[in-house]
Ligand binder design. Structure first.
Ligand SMILES: NC(=O)c1ccc[n+]([C@@H]2O[C@H](COP(=O)([O-])OP(=O)(O)OC[C@H]3O[C@@H](n4cnc5c(N)ncnc54)[C@H](OP(=O)(O)O)[C@@H]3O)[C@@H](O)[C@H]2O)c1
Length: 403
């Protein structure tokens, strides 16, 4: 519990932690009560010093809800957009505090009361305005933070290839792992010529335990700082129509391979004096049961819980762990999984989200819409309801003969 509190409250000054807790209280306790339970007849909201009642108050409270939810999230993750918006919002509150008593109490007394309420909020706005640097704290480049070598599985396309590019941009040399050798060679040439880093290729089928062991052996002697367990595959369709051997291979690739590879490489990472990092590519599919992708979503739930548990086990041992949870992403995944093509996020954006969260969060969802789905839908609704809703979404992405 103490470690969890340290994890939540680390990285920002005490006064900002107070604002974060207050924002979370407003977002999760006060405003839901204010909006859904408090009778409209007695409801009141104040914006820019003007009082609103009844239906207007209920409507405007939605904006307050949005502001406090954003503030709680923004303080929690020290998002750069908090500057200047946090200061501007508190400035608006200070202005309201000054104007409100003047409008409704009037006279010199109103002015005095307003001034009295204005000062603390104006002070808070000023402090937030001056805190620009806290929200802009840029992480050091990955090579400085972790070290010289990374290993990326599934580097021959999609998210894995983008991980390799992002790491190379940070000056990190990369071991590229996948089955398609030609693709790996092309990427290696690109990384070496554009970023001047070293590369090493390991052609391996990660659904095979001896191949995974061979990958680990191939990096023996390298000072491996970052392990990206990204290779994975999907298989769209109803379980009854799916091929059992392909499903079994998917479980081996998505679940057994990251466990085996991490287990083989972690001792070397723990022995390093510098920090190390492990990334696991999960999926928002792992947040709920996903009919027509039943085994895939189960493998991604495995990845999420495996990575999140490792993150807590290793946080005080010099290893940062983050699970990346992408939603639909534009890669070869849909075609490979046999899905009907649909839109998605660019893979480089998804990778940037993961690397930004590394060392700050234990898991991260890519994209705000995916975040809402993963957190609101899956947390607020009964799991069976979410599974039925998910089936309807998956139906539209599954070829009729596989439904
Ligand atoms: N794209 C999405 O919408 C999406 C959404 C959520 C999560 N994800 C996850 O993101 C990760 C990367 O997928 P992606 O979207 O980038 O798909 P992708 O473009 O199909 O890439 C998959 C990568 O995994 C490698 N791979 C597949 N089977 C392998 C095997 N048996 N042994 C070794 N490597 C293997 C592939 O290389 P070879 O074929 O050359 O071996 C390829 O490099 C996966 O874990 C996936 O579950 C994707």
């Amino acid at each position: 519990m103490r470690e969890w509190l340290r994890y939540v409250f680390a990285g920002r000054p005490a006064w900002m932690n107070v604002l974060m807790v207050f924002s979370a209280y407003m977002a999760f306790v006060y405003l839901p009560w204010d909006i859904f339970i408090k009778p409209a007849a007695v409801d009141e909201e104040v914006w820019f010093g003007v009082r609103f009642h009844g239906g207007w108050a209920k409507f405007l409270a939605l904006f307050h809800w949005y502001v406090y939810a954003a503030a709680a999230y923004g303080f929690r993750h020290m998002k750069t957009w908090m500057w200047p918006w946090a200061a501007v919002y508190v400035g608006q509150v200070a202005f309201s505090m000054l104007v409100w008593p003047m409008l409704y109490a009037g006279g010199f007394l109103g002015f005095l009361l307003g001034l009295f309420a204005f000062v603390p909020f104006a002070f808070a706005a000023l402090v937030l305005w001056n805190a620009k640097d806290s929200f802009e704290e840029e992480s050091a480049p990955l090579r400085e933070r972790y070290g010289e070598w990374a290993l990326v599985t599934g580097a021959s396309s999609g998210i894995g290839a983008e991980f390799a590019r992002a790491l190379a941009r940070n000056g990190v040399s990369v071991v590229l792992v996948a089955r398609r050798e030609e693709r790996l060679r092309e990427l290696a040439t690109e990384l070496e010529s554009r970023h001047g880093v070293e590369t090493k290729l390991v052609v391996a089928d990660l659904a095979s335990a001896p191949d995974v062991a061979r990958v680990a052996a191939a990096v023996d002697g390298l000072d491996l700082a970052i392990l990206v367990n990204n290779a994975g595959a999907g298989y769209s369709g109803s379980f009854a129509k799916q091929d059992g051997e392909r499903l079994r291979n998917m479980v081996l690739l998505n679940c057994a391979a990251p466990v085996q590879l991490t287990s083989l490489l972690l001792p070397g990472m723990l022995a390093r004096t510098a920090r190390s990092a492990v990334v696991v590519t999960g999926s928002v599919s792992g947040r709920q049961a996903l009919p027509l992708h039943a085994v895939y979503s189960a493998t991604k739930a495995f990845d999420l819980l495996f990575g999140e548990a490792l993150a807590v086990e290793l946080c005080n041992q010099g290893v940062d762990v983050v699970v990346l949870e992408p939603g639909s992403t534009v890669t070869e995944f849909q075609e490979q999984a046999g899905e009907i093509a649909h839109t998605g996020q660019p893979a480089d954006e998804v990778v940037a989200t993961a690397l930004d969260a590394l060392g700050r969060q234990h898991s991260v969802v890519a994209g705000w819409w995916n975040w809402l789905r993963a957190n609101l839908g899956a947390r607020l609704l009964p799991r069976s309801t979410v599974a039925y809703l998910a089936r309807d979404v998956m139906k539209a992405q599954t070829p009729p003969e596989m439904r």
